[in-house]
Design a protein around this ligand. Structure first.
Ligand code: UDP
Ligand code: MG
Length: 139
């Protein structure tokens, strides 16, 4: 059965543009409950580690540079069918292909600077939640 938790990050482009509140409000409108949150400026080592799965991809260097370019906001979210629902709510990776009303359609600048991250499986949600919130209080 699909799990009730997923990990999202309001990326540095959206956080720096003051869109975190609007994005969280949209997620809450879709039934997500914030269980844990923090604001942090990732080092290149942290950004590279988080996205290690993409290390061989041509965009990896640019992605690590972008994700460590300013503060971001990781959040642990809860709702039924969390991973699949959040992927629908954020929209396609490239905002030009994202559906109307999705976070990326509304707030992303480009395929690289695309406002938000979301876990792509229950397994990765657990790994990514531990990356940011291991040992943290969750309610
Ligand atoms: N990305 C990029 N160029 C690409 C594909 C991805 O810059 O051609 C960046 C983008 O920020 C994306 C992240 O790398 O969100 C991770 O890529 P993935 O394919 O996992 O997309 P996502 O799961 O975020 O939709
Ligand atoms: Mg992905």
């Amino acid at each position: 059965m699909a799990g009730r938790h997923t990990l999202t990050i309001v990326k540095p482009d959206a956080f720096g543009a003051g869109k975190a509140g609007l994005i969280i409000a949209l997620l809450e409108k879709h039934g997500f409950v914030v269980k844990a949150a923090r604001v942090m400026h990732l080092s290149t080592e942290q950004a590279g580690g988080f996205y290690a799965v993409h290390a061989a991809r041509p965009f990896y260097g640019e992605l690590v540079e972008f994700m460590s370019s300013g503060p971001c906001m990781p959040l642990l979210l809860e709702r039924d069918d969390a991973v699949a629902t959040l992927r629908t709510v954020i929209g396609a990776t490239d905002p030009a292909e994202a559906a109307e009303g999705t976070v990326r359609k509304l707030y992303a600048e480009s395929k690289g600077r695309n406002a938000i991250h979301a876990s792509d499986s229950d397994e990765n949600a657990a790994i990514e939640a531990a990356f940011f919130f291991a040992g943290a209080d969750t309610i």
